[in-house]
Write a protein that binds this ligand. Structure first.
Ligand code: HEC
Length: 390
């Protein structure tokens, strides 16, 4: 590190230190807020106190690499000492004693990327640029380090233990690989009139296999206070397996959410809008086998396996193609009281096989992601109404 850089780093740190006088709370992220507005009050930093502020020349740790990320301040216990956490473009992370500036631990990660290996930018080398984030509950610091690998420059997200700087097991995460395997779904919850619908409980819906819902607030910001601030009606699901996203709702949910078929592709964000209605879904009535039940099997992909030489016909001995009379025979008369059970409709194989169970049954896929799926409900009501060939 050149001397000027070192001075700059020291000055920045000394300032950070003054702001982080012992009575202060931790500064856990950029501008100390997920909103990044930088508006927060430091008790004790009054106009009068500012007049006597000076640089603490003893606080002069020798750090390697330019510092673009805001140094953070971590105070694990209210009464205990604090630590200044600094990450540099050399991909080195330091914890410094808040009083002396002495290095408590330092962790050197794999090398940063020289500017000549990058298509753009003006930071040389490029390592950790974004301000890390401290999770006080687990005493870990998370950050992104641009890293030179055998496959070229890669963004890697690290987690380090704040007690000794050790890399937490399971990390780093290669952003390119992680993003390539799964998709992201951005879902807009709306009411019947198409207006944003706020305040839907996180427990009332999930996308099968996905990580979410994560609520965005009125400004489309991701904030931790989920439902109460979900004024926009927008939610995000990460890590959604490629295919068609299925919405799951527990039977007890206070709302009914209708989500259209959302195609999910790896490494891509899919946007969809879903209608939220109050209460449980309205049940259909007078369900017709030929006009309402039979079309389900083609529309929901059952026929592909339950016809011809498909595995469902072969292993399950069930054909769901052909005339309504043939399908009726397969479901009701062929194997009485198994595929359709009048005495306990919910236990009918036609409902349980394509649904999710814990532990799962032998069926190769889950089509009905929950008891609120509209086709599931049609089948259920048709059985409750006597499974008629109507
Ligand atoms: C990917 C292929 C596939 C798809 C799609 C599929 N099934 Fe199946 N189904 C099977 C296989 C294989 C079996 C046999 C499973 C076993 O015996 O454990 C089976 C068994 C069944 C059975 C039990 C038959 C019996 O009497 O044992 C029912 C009922 C059933 N499927 C209904 C459906 C419905 C309804 C759909 C559409 C919503 C559907 N399946 C979609 C492959 C499929």
């Amino acid at each position: 590190m050149r001397l000027t850089e070192r001075r700059r780093a020291a000055a920045a740190l000394a300032l950070a230190l003054l702001w982080a006088a012992p009575a202060l709370a931790s500064v856990l992220t950029y501008h100390n807020s997920n909103r990044r507005h930088g508006l927060y009050v430091v008790p004790g930093l009054t106009f009068a106190a500012a007049g006597t502020m000076h640089r603490d020349t003893r606080f002069a740790p020798a750090l390697t690499g330019q510092i673009f990320a805001q140094p953070l301040y971590w105070r694990p216990r209210e009464a205990g000492p604090g630590h200044v956490v600094v990450a540099t473009e050399a991909n080195i992370v330091y914890a410094l004693d808040e009083a002396t500036g002495a290095i408590e631990w330092q962790t050197a990660l794999p090398p940063p990327v020289p500017h000549k290996k990058l298509p753009c930018g003006n930071i040389d080398p490029l390592g950790i640029t974004g301000t890390p984030v401290i999770d006080p509950a687990t005493a870990r610091v998370y950050f992104d380090a641009q890293t030179l690998t055998a496959d070229g420059p890669r963004h890697k997200i690290y987690a380090l233990s704040l007690s000794d700087g050790a890399i937490v097991s399971g990390w780093p995460l290669d952003v390119q690989t992680a993003a390539a395997a799964k998709g992201t779904v951005l879902l807009h919850l709306v009411d019947a009139a198409g207006a944003s619908r706020a305040g839907v409980a996180a427990t009332s819906f999930t996308i099968t296999g996905g990580n979410g819902p994560h609520f965005l607030d009125a400004n489309m910001m991701a904030v931790t206070a989920a439902t109460s601030s979900s004024k926009s009606g927008w939610v995000v699901f990460f890590d959604v397996p490629p295919g068609i996203a299925g919405l799951t709702q527990p039977g007890s949910a206070a709302v009914t959410i209708e989500m259209p078929a959302v195609p999910v592709a790896a490494g891509v964000v899919s946007i969809a809008r879903a209608r939220v209605g109050d209460g449980a879904p309205a049940l259909p009535s007078n369900v017709s086998f030929s006009t309402q039940i039979v079309p389900i099997f083609a529309a929901r992909g059952c026929v592909a396996c339950h016809s011809g030489s498909g595995t469902g016909k072969d292993l399950g001995d069930l054909t769901l193609s052909g005339s309504a009379n043939l399908i009726y025979k397969e479901l009701v008369t062929e194997k009485p009281n198994t595929r359709v059970r009048l005495a306990a409709p919910e236990t009918s194989l036609i409902l349980t096989m394509p649904s999710r169970e814990d532990p799962p049954d032998g069926h190769p896929n889950v089509t009905f992601t929950g008891p609120r799926d509209p086709d599931y409900l049609k089948l259920l009501v048709w059985i409750r109404e006597g499974a008629k060939n109507n």
